[in-house]
Design a protein around this ligand. Structure first.
Ligand code: GDP
Length: 521
């Protein structure tokens, strides 16, 4: 457990406690210096406070302030996302770029998809490309707070021009405040018209250099590789302009680009390092899971010991699966990682509990209100009956029906629909959903299937109970019912039907529904 000097001062409510620190033998330290629990407690006691060491403070440890002056830190490679309309050539471009790195004489085998890859140019400069094209991935990452993209390359096919997703991509880049380069693609096509593309870009608010604006445009063919050098140059130029730098000698920070379960490796996640250096053996936290970095590999499956800023690495050693877009922070040790993860889980479960409680309370309030009205009505009714008997009222009073009665009456009144109640049990949830969908499609204005309950696994006594009280039929798909359940069904007079083929089930239900139809006279 630890807390920064400035956070502790905030909690105590003082501007600073330099003197107290010196009393403790701690010389002047910066505001983000971390005090351990013991030091913090001693200082708190100096202010006559009764310190309770609370590990929740650990969560805040991670938000390290960004230095104001970045100029003394080393340059880092730009991280590029490729956006554009479907079929305008994003995937092809990424494939060609991926190969170009190998062609440039880099050692190593075939490039694997890990969510991002780095291309080394003849000038030794490198560019990192995120290789999940598509706006959904870009937005999802941003929504989770992972700001990893430095530059957007907007791909526009020269034979097709500006399309809806082109405009969407322009909006995404603008909203994210990420500078853009336009790649006018498929320039090898005979019907390519790059001039027309430029003009319509201008008409849509993209200020190209050719027209005195700041956005570079490059003519390329992702297929033949024509113009890719110029595209890479344009990226480097823009990166230099943006002066992308990051500290190297601090604990690692980054973002999860992709994650999955891999046979023999367990949970793996591609991390893009944003600040600091990620090393083998480091302890990192992402969302509500943590990892002791057992092994890191790059996109060529080579083992990496140190990952610098802007480097994508596949990390093995996660306790649970992290989510793409989660921010990654380094913890000093396993103990801290566990505390932070536990706190975060607790926090989110508490938030969920509060939400649930709110729903429950609302229902209770409604029910209470209903009960009060019902009681008032019934008191009034009794009073009026008494008055009637006393001759004070001419007519016998009308009872106000209870809400429950009203509902039932209403449903009897405004619908003549006859329903076949069913309880569904299937071997897997996908099947049960498919059956539910199919059954919902069977009804018409007069008859329909009403699904009382559905679930996965063998039929249980509680399914029979459910079916009994709702007069439902139990449909089992690729599941069984044991002796006890069969007995219970017989006692309760509940019908169970078993199927292995969906259309057999549907045929049977259709049959039953038609039997429900009123006789034609
Ligand atoms: P995405 O949907 O944006 O990822 O587009 P794809 O990369 O899948 O490309 C769609 C189609 O356009 C494919 O048939 C590609 O072969 C073709 N294509 C992509 N780039 C070029 C190019 O530069 N020139 C030509 N002639 N065809 C291309």
């Amino acid at each position: 457990d630890a807390i920064s000097v400035s956070n502790l001062a905030k909690i105590i409510g003082v501007a600073s406690f330099e003197q107290k620190l010196q009393n403790l033998g701690i010389e002047y330290v910066s505001h983000d210096h971390l005090l351990n629990a013991e030091e913090a407690s001693l200082i708190a006691m100096e202010y006559n406070l009764n310190p309770v060491v609370n590990s929740e403070a650990a969560i805040d440890l991670f938000s390290k302030p960004k230095p104001v002056d970045m100029s003394k830190y080393p340059l880092r490679s730009p991280v590029v996302a490729i956006l554009g309309h479907v079929d305008h050539g994003k995937t092809t471009l990424l494939d060609t770029l991926r190969k170009s790195s190998v062609a440039a004489g880099e050692a190593g085998g075939i490039t694997q998809h890990i969510g991002a890859f780095s291309v080394t140019l003849p000038s030794e400069r490198t560019i990192t490309f995120l290789d999940t094209p598509g706006h959904a991935a870009f937005s999802a990452m941003r929504a989770r707070g992972a700001h990893v993209t430095d530059i957007v390359v907007l791909v526009v096919a020269a034979d097709d021009g500006i399309m809806p997703q082109t405009l969407e991509a322009i909006k995404h880049a603008k909203d994210a405040g990420v500078p853009m380069i336009v790649a006018i693609n498929k320039i090898d096509r005979h019907n390519a018209n790059s001039q027309k593309v430029r003009e319509s870009l201008l008409a849509n608010g993209v200020e190209l250099e050719e027209y005195g604006g700041e956005t570079q445009s490059v003519e390329i063919s992702g297929l033949t590789g024509q113009g890719l050098d110029q595209l890479e140059e344009a990226i480097i130029t823009l990166a230099e302009l943006s002066d992308l730098r990051a500290e190297v000698d601090i604990e690692a920070e980054g973002a999860v680009i992709e994650s999955q379960m891999e046979k023999g490796k367990g949970y793996v996640a591609t991390i893009l390092v944003k600040r600091g250096t990620l090393k083998q053996g480091d302890i990192i936290v992402a969302g509500t899971t943590w990892c002791k970095v057992r092994m890191m590999t790059n996109e060529k499956s080579q083992i990496i010991k140190n990952a610098l800023p802007s480097t994508p690495v596949k990390v093995i050693g996660w306790k649970e699966l992290p989510v793409a877009g989660d921010e990654v922070f380094q913890a000093t040790d396993e103990e801290l990682a566990k505390i932070v993860v536990a706190n975060r889980k607790l926090k989110s479960s508490r938030e969920q509990q509060l939400k649930d409680l709110e729903v429950i309370n609302e229902k209770r309030r409604q029910r209470k209100h209903e009960l009060e009205t019902e009681r008032a009505n019934s008191r009034n009714f009794k009073k009026e009956v008494w008055m009637f008997h006393q001759g004070l009222l001419k007519e016998y009073p009308m009872a106000v029906p209870h809400k429950q009665d009203i509902k039932e009456e209403k449903s009897l009144l405004d619908t003549n629909i006859r329903e076949l109640n069913v309880v569904i049990k299937a071997d897997v949830s996908g099947t049960s959903e498919a059956i539910i969908d199919a059954l919902h499609g069977l009804g018409n204005k007069e008859v329909r299937v009403n699904i009382i309950d559905s679930g996965v696994g063998d039929i249980t006594e509680s399914d029979i109970h459910m079916a009994n009280i709702s007069k439902a039929l139990v449909l089992g798909f690729n599941v069984k019912a044991d002796k006890k359940v069969q007995l219970q069904a017989r006692i309760d007079n509940v019908d169970m039907k078993f199927y292995e083929v969906i259309y057999h089930l549907l045929d049977e239900i259709k049959e039953q529904l038609s039997e429900l139809l009123p006789p034609v006279v």
